[in-house]
Design a protein around this ligand. Structure first.
Ligand code: ADE
Length: 362
């Protein structure tokens, strides 16, 4: 399997890193960065057997890929959704490897002009996989080009002007589109309806993350104790991308300061230096929870107000901070805004008795 990424299609389109991007690159932010993309590419599992976690999804995909191979047909189009860092790109790569086909990887923001998507579609060979990340961000024209391509494998092209305009049907090879999104709700229904298989990726359990941590330490050729692996897994917010990043940082620590082994102490020291607490929260998460507690008596408070007060953008809060805070039971979304839980008070060292009567119902 070869992976052909954006860069080969869109030379020179990789923007310089913005200040916002640099700010996002904290150790427990699940959004991917250039560092992650390079690092992840070296450690990505290539087969279902080496892919840890997402057990139910893997079971379904094993059946679907085996059936497609038996029929000698490409897989149905697949949509993966869920918070960032849970392995949507990785599982797409595994599918390509298991099907024995090439995968072309791009993302919706790179498909700005009709010719971007047309160029890619026309370059596909039979059975190949096209992976579109952040698929909820496709523009309407690109989306409409995709409809007949996905459904009946052809492109509708127009030639000529006004009176002499002609529509040309260009056949395409049968291919599989894999879409990935953190925001399934923002997909239009005509696009969503064209995916045969729709799956949500779940947060990883502690045990699964511990396995991911050990596997990555092995690839980095660094020793790790059970305690070291567990300490890292515990702070990884259910997210392998974060676990891998923390292993890398702890392995730097172990290599330079200690005996080339990540013990529980080494892991804890490196997490402390990164200002990551036992829940895996970083400064931004804590600032968000503290703001709601100190200024809004636990909430509810609107997301725009929170974003302005802590100097983050709404999208980062919604896509990156919130999914884990919600799942960890520290935050709740209500129609009137965000509220924190008594557990958030306790975790940040506030007395729970400050929690007013209305909040206590939470
Ligand atoms: N690295 C990142 N995600 C992984 C996974 N699910 N299994 C194994 N290694 C991984």
């Amino acid at each position: 399997m070869s992976i052909i990424s954006d860069d080969e299609f869109f030379e020179g389109q990789t923007p310089l890193k913005s200040i916002e991007q640099a700010k996002k690159e904290t150790a427990v932010n699940a959004e991917d960065t250039d560092f992650d993309r390079n690092f992840e590419n070296t450690i990505r599992p290539k087969t279902f057997d080496s892919y840890i976690g997402q057990t139910a999804l893997k079971g379904n995909l094993k059946i679907a890929t085996a059936a497609a191979k038996k029929r000698n047909m490409p897989l149905d189009h697949l949509l993966f959704y869920g918070p960032p860092g849970l392995g949507k790109t990785t599982i797409a790569g595994v599918i390509a490897e298991e099907m024995g086909v090439d995968i072309k990887i791009t993302s919706a923001p790179a498909l700005e002009r009709p010719r971007d998507i047309i160029g890619i579609l026309m370059s596909l060979k039979g059975g190949e996989i096209l992976f579109i990340d952040e698929i909820h961000r496709l523009n309407r024209v690109t989306e409409e080009i995709l409809y007949p391509a996905m459904e009946d494998f052809y492109l509708d092209m127009t030639t000529g002007k006004s009176q002499t305009v002609k529509t040309l049907r260009v056949p395409l090879p049968k291919f599989t589109l894999i879409g990935a999104t953190t925001k399934a709700g923002e997909l239009s229904s005509p696009l969503r309806d064209r995916f045969g298989i729709i799956n949500r990726l779940e947060f990883y359990t502690m045990e699964e993350l511990t396995q991911v941590v050990k596997r990555t330490a092995g690839i980095l050729d660094i020793k790790i104790t059970d305690g070291g692996a567990k300490a890292i897994a515990k702070c990884s917010r259910g997210t392998p991308r974060i676990a891998n990043r923390l292993v890398k940082r702890a392995s730097d620590f172990a290599l330079v300061k200690y005996n080339e082994e990540i013990t529980e102490e080494v892991a804890k020291e490196s997490l402390e230096v990164l200002k990551i607490d036992k829940y895996g929260l970083d400064n931004t998460d804590r600032a968000l929870l503290k703001l709601i507690i100190e200024k809004y008596n636990g909430g509810p408070v609107g997301i725009e107000t929170i974003a302005a007060a802590i100097g983050e953008d709404v999208r980062t809060i919604e896509d990156v901070c919130e999914p884990y805070l919600l799942q960890a039971g520290l935050l709740q979304r209500t129609p009137r805004g965000r509220k924190v839980s008594p557990e958030a008070y306790r975790h940040l060292g506030y007395e729970v008795k400050n929690f007013n009567a209305q909040q206590a119902l939470f």
